[in-house]
Design a protein around this ligand. Structure first.
Ligand SMILES: Nc1ncnc2c1ncn2[C@@H]1O[C@H](COP(=O)(O)OP(=O)(O)OP(=O)(O)O)[C@@H](O)[C@H]1O
Length: 395
């Protein structure tokens, strides 16, 4: 028997360069953020003239271009400084739920030569790490801009910002001028800083609003030029991806993920062109992927609880009271060979957490005078999505 070569029956991929649609790709053009880029440049201009730039806080929800715009403006600012005969270094480091100590250590090790990257993990205080950082920064010339992405995730951020923003005036930094840019999804970050830090870290604010369908269409079209081969995108595909993402949160990451997944689906169906129905399937897959990531963070008990409520929903018994959830949950545990929690009270605790994390919706009922209050719960997503990602075999 002659073995079939699967490549022989495949049409050419719709993609020219799929990586252009991924997060790590830094586009040369960043459309639809001209005003934010202009404001940014205004705040950063002193750095192009060899002076200390103002500190900046960039706020906005996820996927609104805070990072991509920041990288873009930093490149322009470094070029401008160079044209003016000045030296500007930019350090961009994600806070990644780090402590101020480990964040500082990361930067120190990045700035050190390879054979000196031995900054110890233990035994030193944050103050020691900051001293090491000042030492490294003082080896640079001109102006330095430190960009702390997801700054609200840094443990100990208050004193970090206090120290860094005073470092020039205290003489810790005597060779370079330092500006700090913080990026955050959390608009209340400013209010979490102590009065003394707010005072010394006086900064400008830049706010990024959601994209509308028109913005997203432009962004996707720009990327699609390099990502897809000519003629492989049905003309309705980009408007559809843009409209779906705009209707949700106006998030460019979501729009790009949808476009990329639509191409993957078209390839899997062995089609020469991406069509609108591929976007529909892509949407389902992207949603499933997101729910799967969130389900990964749940405990086994919490997973069994949402499966129990999904079961109630397909049996049209939802919304459900806690007592009924408990017995449905116990049945799920039994089927899966898990030991159930022994009290309704502990299930109730998990219900609260699941509600907070967006898996469930709680409905409050009032039985009128003397009747007391009680709660029922329903799923905040389609039950099939739960069955798909938890793989219970319960559907
Ligand atoms: N105006 C734009 N032009 C081109 N690409 C964009 C634009 N805005 C966002 N993107 C792309 O969308 C994705 C998300 O953008 P980015 O990482 O900058 O968002 P963010 O606001 O920093 O989000 P988060 O807070 O979740 O990190 C990236 O792939 C980015 O390249």
């Amino acid at each position: 028997m002659v073995e079939e070569n699967p490549y022989e029956t495949m049409v050419a991929s719709v993609f020219d360069d799929r990586d252009v649609l991924t997060e790590s790709h830094q586009p040369e053009i960043v459309p639809r953020r001209a005003e934010e880029i202009r404001q940014y440049a205004h705040f950063l201009r002193p750095a192009t003239n060899g002076n200390t730039p103002d500190n900046i806080m960039v706020y906005g929800d996820t996927g609104l271009g805070k990072t991509v715009v920041t990288k873009h403006i930093m490149e322009l600012t470094v070029d401008e400084a160079e044209n003016n005969g000045n030296v500007l270094s930019v350090i961009i480091e994600d806070c990644n739920n780090d402590s101020a100590f480990s964040y500082t250590r990361e930067i120190v090790n990045r700035l050190r030569d390879d054979d000196e990257k031995d900054f110890p993990k233990r035994g030193l205080s944050t103050a020691d790490a900051m001293d090491a950082l000042y030492e490294e920064l003082n080896k640079l010339e001109g102006t330095v801009i430190l960009v702390a992405d997801e700054i609200d995730h840094m443990d100990g951020v208050d004193s970090f910002l206090y120290e860094m923003s005073r470092a020039e005036s205290t003489g810790d930094l005597d060779e370079v001028k330092l500006g700090i840019v913080g990026i955050s999804n959390d608009y209340s970050f400013r209010r979490t800083l102590s009065a003394k830090t707010s005072g010394s870290f006086a900064e400008h604010e830049l706010n990024f609003g959601p994209y509308d369908a028109e913005d997203l269409r432009h962004i996707l079209e720009e990327r699609a030029v390099d990502a897809f081969r000519d003629g492989t995108l049905d003309e309705a595909v980009i408007p559809k991806c843009a409209a779906l993402a705009a209707r949700d949160k106006g998030d460019a990451r979501q729009a790009l993920d949808l476009l990329k997944m639509s191409g993957i689906v078209a390839n899997e169906h062995n089609r020469e062109q991406v069509a609108v129905e591929h976007v529909d399937e892509a949407k389902r897959r992207v949603e499933r992927g997101k729910v799967a990531e969130r389900v990964d963070d749940l405990t086994d008990h919490q997973r069994n609880i949402i499966v129990a409520i999904a079961n109630a929903e397909v049996q049209e018994r939802s919304p459900v009271r806690t007592k009924e959830i408990y017995s449905l949950y116990s049945a799920v545990c039994e089927r899966r060979g898990d030991e159930p929690l022994s009290t309704i009270r502990s299930v109730r605790e998990h219900l609260k957490k699941l509600e907070m994390r967006g898996f469930l919706t709680q409905i409050e009922h009032n039985n009128g005078r003397g009747g007391g209050k009680y709660h029922t719960y329903e799923l905040s997503m389609k039950p099939q999505l739960v069955f798909d990602v938890v793989r219970t075999g319960d559907e």
